[in-house]
Design a protein around this ligand. Sequence first.
Ligand code: ATP
Ligand code: MG
Length: 1057
Amino acid sequence: MEVKTSLLDNMIGVGDMVLIEPLSEDTFIENLRKRFEHNEIYTYIGSVVISMNPYKSLPIYTAEKVEEYRNRNFYELSPHIYALADEAYRSLRDQDKDQCILITGESGAGKTEASKFVMSYVAAVCGKGQEVNKVKEQLLQSNPVLEAFGNAKTVRNDNSSRFGKYMDIEFDFKGDPLGGVISNYLLEKSRVVKQPRGERNFHIFYQLLSGASDDTLKKLKLDRDFSKYNYLSLDSATVNGLDDAACFRTVRNAMQIVGFMEDEVQSVLELVAAVLKLGNLEFKPESRCNGFDESRIKDKNDLKEMCELLGIEQSVLERAFSFRTVEAKMEKVSTTLNVAQAYYARDALAKNLYSRLFSWLVNRINESIKAQTKSRKKVMGVLDIYGFEIFEDNSFEQFIINYCNEKLQQIFIELTLREEQEEYIREGIEWTNIEYFNNAIICDLIENNKNGILAMLDEECLRPGTVTDETFLDKLNTVCAEHQHFESRQSKNSKFLTDHSLPHNCFRIQHYAGKVLYRVEGFVDKNNDLLYRDLSQAMYKANHSLIKILFPEGNPAKVNLKRPLTAGFQFRASVGTLMKNLLTKNPNYIRCIKPNDKKAAHIFTDSLVCHQVRYLGLMENVRVRRAGYAFRQAYEPCLERYKMLCKQTWPHWKGPAREGVEVLLKNLQVPAEEFAYGRSKIFIRNPRTLFFLEEKRRQCLEDLATLIQKIYRGWKCRTHFLLLKKSQVVVAAWYRRFAQQKKYQNIRSSALVVQSYIRGWKARKLLRELKHKKRCEEAVTTISAYWHGTQVLNTMQKYFMGLKKTMPSMSPVDKSWPARPYGFLDGMHQELRRIFHLWRCKKYRSQFTEEKKATYEEKLAASELFKDKKALYPSSVGQPFKGDYVEITKNPKYQKLNSLVEDKVLLADVVSKINRANGKGAPRIFLLTKKSLVLADQKTGQVKASVPLLDLSSVSVSTQSDGFFALKLKEGSTSAAKGDFLLSSDRLIEIITKLHRIGAASAERNQINIDISDEFLVQFKQDKVCVKFIPGTPKNGNGVACKRKNNRLLEVSVPSP
Ligand SMILES: Nc1ncnc2c1ncn2[C@@H]1O[C@H](COP(=O)(O)OP(=O)(O)OP(=O)(O)O)[C@@H](O)[C@H]1O
Ligand SMILES: [Mg+2]
């Protein structure tokens, strides 16, 4: 639920001065002080906001605060500048009323800060979007640029605005900002050439020298040292807490955002540099023959640099500082300038240069921030203008400023009264005339076209003959002597003849805010604001785009012999425009007050505040506001706030709010003249009545609080009691449950014990019975097992005895075995047969001699090599492997041969050696030893060939029943010269087996490969010949025939199997 608050809640002092009681200057200031001490810097006078400068940052401008004040009624929350900004923005947006926010106050009172708060609040609450944000940013960024060029440190304010500023912010129908227009008023240009003690020149000079890069400074022909420039005061060149270099960067950045081109920024800085250079020009007198002194520039270096910067011909400018041309109708008279006049001219040029640059900047910013649409715009104007100034020494500037404030006061009165009156009419309340001081008469004294002070001054300035400030005062003394608000020692009004507080060269005006004494010295000069035409023409001739624009009157083609408009006239005109502009808008006032002269937080100087309260006319403000009805409030919130004061309206009023309020006031017996019923609001004439209601409300709230407290306490006790009662029932229930549970558990456990005893007894009885039964069964089993055992034993005995009798012979090849007598002995019967066979074989083997064993091993090897591979093999099984078939040791024919062979002969036989060329066989003795094989002539025993087994690579045989075999020799071995041997023998199986076994037994050489194939290659000398076995019956009936078919083929015919 939204919390409804009111301005009247938690008030420190009173939040609205209208409610102050009794109203006097003392109570007014006391209220301000009290609020200031509690950091309540804002106080209302009706819809006017008084703002005290806190001189410290307060946490009241946060985003949360913006949200808090957004869309709330003005009086709903404690006074704040945001409330005013919100009210203004909402009536602009929702009711289509153009607004202006008038911020006044003396220097350092916080006007500029206030204007920035208003702008930032509006920026925060209005629409968002890329385009809108750009506009907002440009509007906000125009501030740093204008502040750099238009603000300076003064004794009163470190960032004092030295110009008046009025900014129109333009919005579209939705309330989104479109752009803006800035008007500037009366820049204090005298500051350019001279600054009072403790003050300094405009910020931009110091910012440029501190913040610009070395390169930029070189281009501008400037030196970083402030002391090099006459126009820069040195005693307060730096300001505490102000970083000029950083500010320079901010300004450059802001200029970029606002839309200044790089070359424009450069031109602006060149002008600033030129002003500094101008200040350094010094003059010396030079005597002329006519007896007059003529001024000459002392050191031309600065002049030269300045002319280079601005593109001016040096001689032209030099001449302009020595001569002055006066043109009158057809005549042109040139007079020399003396040193004093030259200095005057120099300063006038510097001031003009700077002030025109400033106006150009404002126009340039306006160009950038100009709204891009032509459709109708809603406007919110923010006026940040110097407040009333009363110094010890008041001159032309103060006079002008105070005139402006008179005008503002006038529209304030006019608009406030008009608003008041409009509200009364709107609400149907009878209008009672309000007594107030109308300052129109003072405005008239100053601005009257015929005999106003400004008109007199202009007249005096234009008058031929000697014109001085004194002649001007004399004129005033004659023309204004009778005016009630004009005072002068020499006026005809004898009243002041003896008034020593009024010096002879002064006049005094009784402003609405107090009396101000003006010293006439300088009025004429300042009003004339004279710049010698030679200088403006010299400037126009400059080859610099910006300078040319700034001095249009220097254009010789447009020589205007009329005198330029006076400063007073221009100001009056611009004030007139401003007033017209403001009158079309709904005004919102912020009156700024500074609490002390020391720029210090926490100090509240009564006299200073009192002074400001007076000249801001705040008392007058309150009086006007209270002249009719001091307080007004819509019926609904009024009834809501006070309904507890009457039984009929409390706690709820069913009818319309107005009737409720009527009943309420009647019941409270408030005198009828104290209030009036409007259409939607109740008007209360006297703050006393409001405070009476507030007091009643406070008491009533106390009573209500007691009542609420009483009811609450009763409710609380009863609730507590009910809770106790409920708890007791719960506790009792739980206890009963617990007791029953315990009892039940006891019974249950007893039952379980009894039950378990019975079960135990039953189980034991059963166990005994079961045990007896089991023993009986075991006895039966044992008896039957014994009986079966004896049966089996008998059977087995019979079986073994039978087997013994029918055992087969001990021959391993005997396959007979008695039949099994019993089926159940089948497994054992077979196993016994296997065991018997193994045992029989073992027995048989154990009878072998070593020789026989070797023979069998050879037979086994032959079987492994040839079984199922060569058809000859089966016929060899029955033949014993005798080895020596030619009885080599005994046969005397082979004695010699035997002696040649060193090792033991493993095989000796006659084989047929196949002729490699024709395939015909020739008998040869074939000897095989462990290391070699030898072929010898059968008849003579002469060795034909001896081949070491190491040279033998493989043996090839056919699968057929023939005895051919090829001994293949290793390539490159000595034996291989003639080629492989192709032999034939009936004992091929034995020969090859032996040959193979030698390889197996020897560690030196690999086992010889045996290839069994019907087609293999042999190497005969160079030829590779294919030996091919063809089954069929050979022609000669020999069984086997070998024939060399060609170089590549040797065919062997073998009988078909
Ligand atoms: N609301 C504020 N909160 C904190 N400090 C403030 C506030 N208002 C003003 N100040 C301080 O006071 C100084 C002066 O304020 P500001 O420049 O707004 O005065 P001014 O009325 O514009 O004076 P001038 O007429 O010389 O321009 C600021 O620089 C700031 O330090
Ligand atoms: Mg300011």
